[in-house]
Structures are given as C-alpha cells and as structure tokens.
Design a protein. Structure first.
Length: 60
C-alpha cells in the first residue's frame, strides 16, 4: 500500500488489513502487525491512504 493512493474497501481488506472498531473518527482505521493505517474517505467506497504509523505511537 502506498501513501496518497486511492483504494476500495475490498482492496484494503484483501491486503490483509483488519478494521479497527471503537475509535470515533471519520477516517477508516486498519491494523496489520504493529502498524496502523489511516484512510480518508474520498467518495462512496473509495479511501485515500494518508498515514501509516507505529501502533504504539497511535495509542499514545
């Protein structure tokens, strides 16, 4: 996955990323291993990857 590229929700899930629930934000948040991937909704069914951060940093 590359920053600033646009992906469908299916493509995101097929890449092995797991949705993170319980976080109040309009962004979609996915986790894989020790990384957190933040997606911004562009239009219906399309999301732009805008950040990849370490899981520990995300929860600080």
């Amino acid at each position: 996955m590359k920053i600033n590229h646009i992906y469908s929700e299916v493509e995101i899930e097929e890449s092995g990323l797991k949705a993170s629930n319980g976080i109040k934000t309009e962004d979609k948040i996915y986790k894989k291993q020790n990384k957190v991937y933040l997606f911004e909704k562009i239009k219906k069914g399309k999301f732009r990857l805008h950040s990849i951060i370490n899981e520990k940093s995300f929860y600080l």
